[in-house]
Design a protein around this ligand. Structure first.
Ligand code: NAD
Length: 257
């Protein structure tokens, strides 16, 4: 597409990868609306400072009422048309082996990462542009492999890939393409916290955890938010027009299937 300004809705863009995703679309001239449970002031400031267009709507993706209200509000800000939806909001999950998993921990992670994506997709679908609309879901490298202590998070991300394939089939007759990205560990605050939690439960130091995880990828490093954002933008754009139902790894080679 590109004869008209792209209207993009990104969830969870108050910080982290979502912020980089919002920035990459805004820098390409898109009108961006961020749906986040937190204030997105810093992301809005960064985008507007560069001359871009962005707004924020308050949204808790785990609450049906909040999603219904937020997506209607976002659609109004976008004059009733969404060209691209990026389902990025998510939480790390809890750190329990499955034999010790509290049900509430399991249900909270599934509720935010999986049910939240379904609810936002359901509500946004009615506003998707009639031609060439795209949806990109942010899954994970652990949407394709297991990881001890992360059963709730891993299950939420595998399920997200199944949801991606299903919605891709359901919306294909309307010309809507639906894909996922599966990032490896991404540099930033969140991965420091994730590694610290693994270090705590596995009896290692933070430095040992980082060295182990970096050495697991052939490129010997984590990925950056910008590297993930550029693949999201590719999947949203006509450059990927023959792709739907795919789950694309951005992992420095950590996962190859
Ligand atoms: P982050 O914690 O830095 O940002 C998450 C964003 O989602 C925040 O802006 C937060 O306010 C928002 N959010 C959280 N709960 C919400 C809710 N209930 N409703 C609305 N918004 C909510 O995380 P991140 O690292 O930027 O992760 C973004 C996505 O990338 C997530 O889906 C995550 O699972 C995925 N991911 C991250 C990594 C990594 O290493 N950081 C790796 C693979 C996949």
């Amino acid at each position: 597409m590109s004869n008209h300004q792209r209207h993009v809705l990104v969830t969870g863009a108050a910080e982290g990868v979502g912020r980089a995703i919002a920035q990459t679309f805004a820098s390409a001239g898109a009108r961006v609306v961020i749906a986040d449970i937190q204030s997105a002031d810093e992301t809005l400031r960064l985008i507007r400072e560069q001359g871009g267009s962005a707004e924020h709507v308050h949204c808790d993706v785990s609450s049906e009422a909040s999603v219904v209200r937020a997506i209607a509000e976002a659609a109004e800000l976008l004059d009733g048309r969404i060209d691209t939806l990026v389902n990025n909001a998510g939480m790390n999950g809890h750190y329990h082996l499955v034999p010790d998993m509290p049900l509430a921990a399991w249900e909270e992670t599934l509720r935010i990462n999986l049910t939240g994506t379904m609810l936002v997709t359901r509500e946004a679908t009615r506003y998707l542009a009639p031609e060439a609309a795209t949806i990109v879901n942010v899954a994970s490298n652990v949407g394709k492999r297991g990881l001890p202590y992360r059963g709730d998070y891993v299950a939420s991300k595998w399920a997200l890939i199944g949801l991606t394939q299903t919605v891709a089939l359901e919306l294909a007759p309307r010309g809507v393409r639906v894909n996922a990205v599966c990032p490896g560990p991404i540099e930033g605050n969140r991965i420091e916290d994730v590694m610290q939690r693994h270090a705590d439960v596995e009896g290692a130091t933070l430095a040992e955890m980082r060295a182990k995880w970096e050495s697991e990828s052939p490129l010997g490093r984590f990925v950056t938010p910008e590297e993930v954002a550029s693949v999201v933008r590719f999947l949203a754009d006509s450059a990927s027009s023959a792709m739907t139902g795919q789950a694309i790894n951005v992992t420095a080679g950590l996962v190859m299937h």
